[in-house]
Design a protein around this ligand. Sequence first.
Ligand SMILES: *Cc1c(COP(=O)(O)O)cnc(C)c1O
Length: 434
Amino acid sequence: MTHSTDHNQALFDRAKRVIPGGVNSPVRAFKAVGGTPRFVKRAQGAYFWDANDQRYIDYIGSWGPMILGHGHPAVLKAVQEAALEGFSFGAPTEREVHLAEEILKLMPSMDMVRLVSSGTEAAMSAIRLARGATGRSKLIKFEGCYHGHADALLVKAGSGLATFGNATSAGVPPEVVQHTLVLEYNNVAQLEEAFHLYGKELACLMIEPIAGNMNFVRASVPFVKRCRELCTEYGALLVFDEVMNGFRVALGSAQSVYARQIPGFEPDMTVMGKVIGGGMPLAAFGARRAVMELLAPLGAVYQAGTLSGNPIATACGLATLHEISKPGFFEDLTRKTRSLVTGLAAAAAAQGVPFSADSEGGMFGFFLLPELPQNYPQVMKTDSARFNKLFHGLLDRGVYIAPALYEAGFVSAAHTDADIAATVAAASEVFKSL
Ligand SMILES: *Cc1c(COP(=O)(O)O)cnc(C)c1O
């Protein structure tokens, strides 16, 4: 396509003059894979169309929220009706109460939730609450897990075992991350050492149970079990960041997947986002009543938001939760996602391409590696040049996957078996040239 007729390129050039890098969230810029980002004109069901009117099968779904696909009629209706009643009031509404009730029904580990507008805000507030509840400062996070861009969470591992981390962003002073301990995912020995050294000073341990920000890496059952035991033993709060996993991997979220394998398992606090807003800015964090009642206006831990519990976002979230709660919803989504993953694996095997893949509910990941990685350094062994070739090969064939090898993928209820088959056929062609 020549430059003059590539409307994506024209928009990108225009965008770069007024928005840093031309995008409002870095991964959208295609920096990892190269090429021109697709500017989305509109979307419907499992597809979106770019500025050149090119159609793509969408496996990002806004990075997870669009679990019903784009433009689901019941959700559209709820949003349109809510819009007619008003955009935002800065005063409470019944819909917020209703959404909180519905979230709590599906997530028995929480007695109360506070609604906010982004996952970043929810994770940041959860940490403040954990610190307020315990009177302690330190926290544990894991390399490769993303919890939004709050200062204290933009940290990578330090040089030694169980040492405190270094900021991953300019503008984050070392004093701000001095309480954040970054450990290797799925490494029980390191976890035990960290608790042995700092357990009594830890406010919380925050983890993505099925990490989707290093593609797709499950926390092993023994690892989660040990996290739970150590947090209980040392009085630190176990915080599940289910912003991506929540209402995506199962109706009861990732904690229900672990509770099936660890009897009685539950986290102390849960951070939610993405699917609960159905594509609108909405997120939440919740815990047992005694912890949540420490929040303002009841308690001393401050937290607030002008647009928190926004009436249109809550309408969108409620309609989305209503649809995903219908009998058979997750069974069908799980089956389709599995068939995608097994189809891709078979196509790769037929071409002799090293490949491994996994999925849970409507979330999946695949690697150009012979075995599923267990932690971030293993994920990063992926041949990125090869991944980029795969990405662009699929894109050229109308299939849009995440433009970076360390991101998960998402199937929606709107994806048909024919969409999955077309995707596998496209991948099969691309694998031939890898
Ligand atoms: C997306 C994400 C966040 C951040 O949510 P935003 O709404 O983008 O701020 C936090 N944690 C996890 C696990 C996420 O996937």
